[in-house]
Design a protein around this ligand. Structure first.
Ligand SMILES: *Cc1c(COP(=O)(O)O)cnc(C)c1O
Length: 397
């Protein structure tokens, strides 16, 4: 006999909810931010370049551009590659809405590809079937922190003359066949939202080897103004040209100081995330109803998320009930993601409908994200394992 479920009045595994993700902020981070607050430059100052340079040194791209969010980074990337009305850009249906919105911001059309049933990464065969004369680019999403199949995606892009954009919001520090994420696509975007690997509160960055694109994105984040403020100060001039439609997507200096300090701790954090993932995978091996996502050989996973797929044939309830029951046990589970093409606005605007991406839609009924973040203790990890065992046992068919 197992303990009664908390949802039925039993004692929960945890009295306080364990979130699925959480930032780690230490005194050192706070001191770095305070130093910048006391300096002359709160924004467009020297910390921005320091962070951009450190990021490039750590992961290897030639150029980096820091911006105010991961969404701004995606928008800047789609701007840089020159997408416009009439162009189609292929992206996976299983992602955050921002991956599709950046395409729409530039007037182009998102086209939704299906995913692989075991990894839930964009399926290169599905991409290939969607390529038309209008296809301009493809956005890969390294969902959960697992790099996509870049051998096949790069070959497809080369063959059809498409630009490859990697939305690597989940994959900071991941590697594919030994190569760092940030060097595998023409443009790679990152997010520094608090649930991601490192944070600047809000923030993002684009990595590329293309110098012209990098310059264009630096203008784009600053209203598409031709020169920077500091440059004008040095040259003793007020004159500048607006050379296109731009935005204010600047990242502040105190945010860059925070991100820079966080970056130095990333290797240890990645190791902790890998430990947690190993503990889960080990523990769930014997559970028939729980299938962790597959991990390919020769990748280094960054473990932004730990996603399981439920085998609903082994359970008496659906995913919603498992989700609510785990929440009642104090486990802050989540679902990543509602397929983008099923949200009402995209259905109205793009004419998408259920049935468009069957593998994604089937997976969506089965996925749950378990808590994973560097600050989790061994006992937090154990609580998640106990709760998943308790709940799947209680609902076993
Ligand atoms: C977090 C995230 C974004 C957006 O990043 P923000 O910094 O929140 O704007 C985009 N795509 C994916 C896959 C994400 O996880």
């Amino acid at each position: 006999m197992t303990d009664p479920l908390a949802i039925n009045g039993g004692t929960p595994v945890r009295s306080e909810l364990l979130p699925y993700g959480r930032q780690s902020i230490e005194e050192e981070d706070i001191a770095e931010v305070v130093n910048v607050l006391r300096s002359d430059w709160l924004t467009t100052g020297p910390q921005v370049e320091r962070f951009e340079q450190a990021f490039a040194d750590q992961f290897g791209p030639q150029r980096t551009v820091a911006v105010s969010s991961g969404t701004a980074a995606l928008h800047a990337a789609i701007f840089a590659l020159g997408a416009r009305e009439g162009d189609e850009i292929i992206l996976p249906a299983l992602t955050f809405c921002a991956t599709a919105n950046c395409v729409l911001y530039q007037g182009a059309t998102p086209v939704f590809a299906d995913v692989d049933p075991d990894t839930l990464l964009i399926d290169p065969s599905s991409v290939e079937a969607l390529i038309t004369g209008r296809t301009r680019a493809m956005i890969s999403v390294d969902y959960t922190g697992h790099p996509c199949d870049y051998d096949r995606l790069s070959a497809l892009c080369e063959h059809h003359d498409l630009t490859l954009v990697d939305d690597a919001s989940h994959a900071l520090g991941a590697r594919y066949h030994g190569k760092a994420i940030g060097t595998l696509a023409d443009l790679t975007t990152f997010s520094f939202h608090p649930v991601k690997h490192i944070t600047s509160g809000e923030g993002g960055l684009i990595a590329t080897d293309d110098e012209e694109w990098a310059s264009a994105m630096k203008r784009f984040r600053n209203h598409n103004i031709s020169t920077g403020f500091r440059q004008r100060e040095i040259n003793a001039t007020w004159h500048y040209d607006v050379v296109g439609l731009g935005y204010n997507y600047r990242l502040t200096d105190f945010q860059c100081a925070l991100a820079l300090n966080q970056l130095s701790r990333l290797p240890a954090w990645l190791e902790r995330r890998r430990q947690i993932a190993r503990a889960y995978s080990e523990a769930f091996r014997e559970l028939d109803a729980v299938h962790p996502l597959a991990v390919d050989a020769d990748v280094e996973h960054a473990w932004h998320l730990y996603v399981i797929q439920l085998d609903l044939d082994q359970l008496t309830v659906d995913r919603g009930e498992v989700f609510r029951t785990l929440r009642a046990e104090g486990i802050g589970v989540n679902v990543h993601y509602i397929p983008v093409h099923l949200h009402p606005w995209y259905q109205d605007r793009l004419g998408t409908a259920p049935g468009l991406c069957p593998v994604t839609e089937r997976a969506y009924e089965r996925i749950i994200s378990l808590p994973i973040f560097q600050g989790m203790t061994d006992s937090d990890v154990e609580d998640v394992i106990v709760a998943v065992n308790k709940v799947t046992e209680a609902f076993r068919r």
